[in-house]
Write a protein that binds this ligand. Structure first.
Ligand code: NOJ
Length: 564
């Protein structure tokens, strides 16, 4: 076996990150919601069965759960639903004992409206914490009156005296401002009204969040996924945002061009301060949540003398139209845009996006995972995607996600419950997520759980899960995949160019070819210059041995890794 430890690379470069949505992973106490002791029970699955290197937990802090934990009421404690700080310490210790890293979700842009900072801030205009959040007078002008929205329980902005200070919108529907009757001003919230935005122009707020980072780093966490990192600074003049000329008329939030609420240049100074905290510890990291095109995305790496995010999340595989030619170009463009010292990363799914197997189809999900685990850079996997879990249709009375509740007409587009359903462990009632007698799971189990579950798939040598395990094990043992170079290859005929994505990875004398058929038809590849190769792994786990690359047939929806 090749030597795959390399001191030139950090764990967050060679490792694979696995995202757990804690509410949905393993319920150990029968309340229908996953918890930390439940995750501890699954650590052997993560380290031994899968071979993951790092776990990222979506928020586990005390929260009234208006946005399922992304509304944090206390940054330095654990929600009783999930357990205690002692459970967390045990989770961290047991994770480390297995050689894995643990990353937390840091949610700095906003708190819960039940956070003591906000309770103080809204208590009076002269409270010392007033300026920790973003308060503005309403506009008296009747011209603006139509902007004054009526509130509702699902977290839309609420109008009151006058009209909202400007036209800014909430990502989750309605205005980004809510009127506070007590102090007769509006506060800003870019998500639900129970998630007021912090004011990072106040240095005390910056220091407070840096202290939160230190709290968890001192406890031993290995890094943070930083929620909406680009939204932390807003226009100090609170100018109206211009209309988006390219709006497709679907999501109201997209009707404006968000030049005054997102990706302001000042946010980079803030990120530098966060990075400095991380760098004062050993080998910790942050990955920023950044849905951006290449030119803007690359800014979040910083510069060699002013490093920012270790990884700014690259979500292009999630957003891409699933066709070979488009993905080929997208990967080449991303590679070309990376700063020379910027480490790439790729993501196929997360708790905000429709499930991979639903987006690309279950036939293509194996190809997509082969792509994720063979591209250059750090892969992040979403729990359940290793089984091919699909979106679950949520009955209307069970819908909980605020953007779906606020915008029923586009709930099918914006609702995120379908990709957050319980992990499918086995075919017992409740799929092994909770004890069989538990009645009220927070979200329903997928109807296909009797077939699509861990236990069942472990018994089937060619199952999705066993394929995923082999793929990951192969990656971990293969320097060309861990840190080798990347170059795409012209797959030959026009048909092949349209339907297949072919690339090479190389480290020292190890050369690998990855050939992926994105189409439901057989494809012929003609790569005479490459001679013969040996199939190391195929998506259906049913091919091996030597092949002639001048005349190579890829079956429908098939991918292969071929040693050259
Ligand atoms: C991005 C998170 O991924 C999403 O789940 C959350 O609703 C928003 N940020 C607000 O925190």
């Amino acid at each position: 076996m090749s030597n795959t430890s390399n001191p030139n690379y950090h764990w967050w470069q060679t490792g694979v990150i696995y995202q757990i949505y804690p509410r949905s992973y393993q319920d150990s106490n029968g309340d229908g919601v996953g918890d930390l002791p439940g995750i501890i029970q699954c650590l052997d699955y993560l380290s031994e069965t899968l071979g993951m290197n790092a776990i990222w937990l979506s928020p586990i802090y005390p929260s009234p759960m208006h946005d399922f934990g992304y509304d944090v009421a206390d940054y330095t404690d654990i929600h009783p639903l999930f357990g205690t700080l002692a459970d967390f310490d045990r989770l961290l210790d047991e994770t480390h004992q297995r050689g894995m890293k643990l990353m937390l979700d840091l949610v700095p842009n906003h708190t819960s409206d039940e956070h003591p900072w906000f309770i103080e801030s809204r208590s009076s205009r002269d409270n010392p914490k007033r300026d920790w959040y973003i308060w503005r007078d309403g506009l008296p002008s009747p011209i603006r009156a139509e902007r004054s929205a009526s509130g509702d329980e699902a977290g839309r902005g609420v109008g009151g005296e006058g009209a909202p200070p400007n036209n800014w919108l909430s990502h989750f529907g309605g205005p980004a401002w809510t009127y506070d009757e007590g102090t007769k001003q509006y506060y800003l919230h870019q998500f639900v009204k129970q998630q007021p935005d912090l004011n990072y122009r106040n240095p005390d707020v910056v220091n407070a969040i840096l202290d939160v980072m230190r709290f968890w780093l001192d406890r031993g966490v290995d890094g943070f996924r930083v929620d909406v990192i680009g939204l932390m600074m807003k226009d100090p003049e609170f100018r109206d945002e211009p209309p988006n000329p390219d709006w497709d008329g679907v999501k109201p939030f997209d009707s404006l061009d968000h030049i005054y609420t997102a990706n302001l240049s000042e946010v980079h100074d803030l990120i530098l301060q966060m990075r400095a905290v991380l760098d004062s510890y050993d080998d910790r990291m942050m990955v920023g949540e950044t849905y951006l095109p290449n030119d803007k995305l690359m800014l979040y790496y910083g510069t060699p003398d002013k490093l920012e995010c270790h990884l700014p999340f690259n979500f292009q595989l999630i957003l891409a139209k699933w066709n070979a030619a488009g993905v080929h170009k997208m990967v080449d463009d991303y590679e070309a845009a990376l700063p020379s010292d910027g480490w790439p990363n790729w993501v196929l799914g997360n708790h905000d996006q429709h499930r991979l197997a639903t987006r690309v189809g279950s036939d293509q999900a194996r190809v997509a995972n082969m792509l994720l685990l063979t591209l250059r850079g750090t892969p992040t996997c979403y729990y359940g995607d290793e089984l091919g879990m699909e979106n679950v249709a949520i009955p209307p009375e069970k819908i909980q996600d605020p953007p779906a509740i606020n915008q029923p007409e586009i709930a099918h587009l914006v609702g995120r419950d379908p990709e957050r359903t319980p992990m499918q462990w086995d075919d017992s009632p409740n799929a092994g997520f909770a004890a069989p007698e538990v009645n009220d799971l927070w979200l329903p189990i997928a109807p296909n759980y009797k077939e699509v579950n861990v236990a069942n798939q472990l018994n089937n040598p060619r199952s999705f899960l066993n394929y995923f395990r082999k793929l990951l094990a192969y990656r971990k043992a293969t320097p060309a995949l861990l840190w080798g170079s990347y170059s795409s290859i012209d797959p030959g005929s026009r048909d092949a160019q349209k339907n297949c994505f072919v690339f090479e990875r190389q480290a020292d004398d190890q050369r690998l070819l990855v050939v992926l058929n994105f189409s439901p038809q057989d494809q012929k590849l003609s790569l005479p210059g490459l001679g013969t190769g040996r199939i190391a792994l195929s998506t259906n786990l049913d091919r091996a041995g030597e092949v002639n690359l001048a005349d190579f047939n890829l079956r429908a929806n098939e991918g292969c890794i071929i040693g050259l």
